[in-house]
Write a protein that binds this ligand. Structure first.
Ligand SMILES: [Zn+2]
Length: 457
């Protein structure tokens, strides 16, 4: 009998961290990359983006992209720049969203390098961007897009399908059949009942399961987000203040818009204008509108959800709204106050105690958002310190990731234990807690790979 082909699984990123997701599958001469994300956050992680983690990009046959978040797609421009010639498989909405996410990332890299050169604080002279907008644009010709549950043949013994992950629009898990073995890559998995999307697809079987662990150590808060938001809006409105909501462009902006629409429908919203002042948020919302079948909202809901929002398209319009002191709600990027138009609102209105700054998403270590949430009385931007005298609020239960109970419930649908489960996309304490949790609840064999660790399966 012929020996089965040896398959190697190597964790090039997203191992013991939540960023830089990149998993390499090798069989014979074929090399397939699942996700190609950027390392973000702490400097020692970001430095990895400059290292040659992928020895020869031209040797990679194809990439299977699970979704459009930067920590899953943000390294693609470097892969293409370094000679990658293959296809990048993804769903239709993922291509649209990844295109805007990468373009924006290229722009930020260019601006960072320019700033470093202007103030001469880089150890490299001149400072170079990791990649440019042109590099980001060059990725687009590699996309090959597919529907959920459509088998795609890569070569005779290798095929895959994307399945709904319920995490963000177009997000997918990957089921890959390779030389008689089945691999399931979870990508990022959404909540059991996502607000705007269909629930994650249940999987019946896998020989090898590679699963994310972002919330592997905890459960989500069960408070009613609609009521929380209602109270914050009403309080701010009563004070005649401005509610500033820093938002992530994909999913979170649309979720907040949906909640506001629901409150309005129930007669629970005061008369207060709502602005979406974020070019990327507007573009992502348009993409959301273009793919009605990929989400769990009726056309009617979608239509009404947009009706109550004033889209701010030009910089001039934005400047006028920033200046205006009337009570209003503003949704603006970036979500962790690291840049974007929200800083102009903070500059003008953060010093007034009648106004509110409301966080609706995870604030990573080292960001201005985290600093304020941790109680800092001022933050630095535009070259100076700004006092935070406004009210600070936070709704922490909005999340695009399933918690540990939801992840276990999803795993219970497997008819038999996988031969091995690999945990990625988590901080070390989350991974370890989740490993113990899976072993105690399901008795499965679980491995937590180290960065660049390789396994023969
Ligand atoms: Zn994600």
């Amino acid at each position: 009998m012929k020996e089965p082909e040896k398959i190697h699984l190597k964790f090039l990123g997203g191992a013991r961290t939540v960023t830089g997701s990149k998993t390499l599958l090798e069989v014979g001469d074929t090399k397939i990359l699942i996700d190609c994300g950027l390392f973000q956050g702490l400097k020692e992680l970001r430095r990895k983006n400059w290292q040659k983690i992928i020895r020869d990009a031209s040797e990679i046959d194809c990439v299977l992209l699970t979704h459009a978040h930067l920590d899953h797609c943000g390294y693609l421009p470097i892969l293409v720049k370094n000679g990658f010639k293959g296809k990048i498989y993804c769903t239709h909405p993922t291509r649209e969203l990844a295109t805007i996410v990468l373009r924006d990332s290229g722009k930020i890299q260019e601006e960072d390098a320019n700033r470093a050169n202007r103030y001469e604080y880089s150890s490299h002279s001149p400072a170079m961007p990791l990649y440019t907008q042109a590099h980001a644009e060059a990725v687009s010709k590699h996309f090959s897009t597919h529907n959920y549950e459509e088998w795609v043949l890569i070569e005779p013994e290798i095929k895959f399908q994307f399945l709904n992950a319920g995490h963000i629009l177009g997000s997918a898990m990957v089921e890959l059949k390779m030389h008689g073995r089945t691999f399931v890559f979870s990508g990022d998995i959404g909540r059991t009942n996502p607000m705007l999307l269909y629930p994650p697809k249940k999987m019946p079987q896998a020989d090898y399961l590679i699963v994310e662990s972002t919330y592997g150590d905890r459960e989500h808060d069960t408070t009613d987000v609609k009521t929380e938001l209602e109270l914050i809006i009403k309080e701010t409105h009563r004070r005649g203040g401005i509610l500033m909501v820093p938002t992530f462009s994909i999913e979170r902006v649309q979720e907040i818009m949906f909640l506001i629409y629901q409150l309005r429908k129930d007669g629970r919203m005061p008369e207060i204008p709502v602005y979406l002042d974020s070019p990327m948020g507007i573009r992502a919302t348009e993409i959301f509108e273009d793919y009605p079948k990929w989400q769990d909202l009726s056309r009617e809901d979608l239509k009404h959800m947009y009706e109550g929002i004033r889209w701010v398209n030009t910089y001039e319009a934005s400047k006028a709204i920033v200046k205006d002191k009337k009570s209003k709600i503003v949704l603006a990027g970036s979500g962790m106050l690291q840049g974007g138009r929200i800083l102009h609102y903070l500059n003008a209105h953060m010093g007034n105690e009648n106004n509110t700054l409301l966080f609706t998403g995870y604030q990573a270590e080292g960001t201005r958002g985290r600093s304020i949430l941790n109680g800092s009385s001022s933050i630095k931007f535009f070259g100076e310190y700004h006092k935070a005298k406004c009210q600070i609020a936070s709704i922490s239960s909005l999340s695009a990731h399933g918690d540990r109970t939801e992840l276990i419930e999803w795993m219970k649908h497997f008819k038999a234990a996988p031969k091995k489960v690999f945990l990625n996309h988590g901080e070390p304490h989350q991974l370890d807690a989740f490993r113990v949790w899976i072993q105690s609840k399901l008795g499965w064999e679980v491995v937590v790979p180290c960065p660049e660790e390789s396994f023969e399966v």
